[in-house]
Design a protein around this ligand. Structure first.
Ligand SMILES: [Zn+2]
Length: 114
């Protein structure tokens, strides 16, 4: 990857991070916890919402962590190198998925392992 591509990847990662953080903040705002404990019916809705929020938060936190990691790699000059096998990650793959930390092969293996 050349410098321009790295810069572009960094820009996209930062933008993605900002979007996720904004989304999560908004999501959290739409939930109001504990205000109407007395209404039995709404309580179940709330815990469902809460569960939904937590599961979304969990996956978004994982994405943020990956983005942070990718940004750290850009800073340290190891971006675009597969975490698993050390191979260069396909530039096309990084364009589609800039937070990618694995090469195509390792990604496929990771998916099939699950
Ligand atoms: Zn690999």
């Amino acid at each position: 990857m050349n410098k321009d591509e790295l810069k572009e990847a960094e820009k996209r990662l930062l933008a993605e991070k900002a979007v996720i953080e904004k989304d999560m903040a908004r999501f959290k705002e739409t939930l109001d916890f504990g205000d109407d404990i007395d209404h039995g019916e709404e309580e179940s809705d709330e815990s469902e919402e809460m569960g939904n929020y937590l599961s979304v938060k969990k996956s978004q936190d994982a994405r943020l962590e990956q983005i942070e990691k990718a940004l750290g790699k850009i800073a340290s000059g190891t971006y675009g190198v597969c975490e698993n096998c050390g191979a260069k990650i396909d530039g096309e793959l990084l364009k589609v998925n800039p937070e990618s930390l694995l090469c195509r092969d390792c990604k496929l293996k990771a998916v099939s392992k699950k």
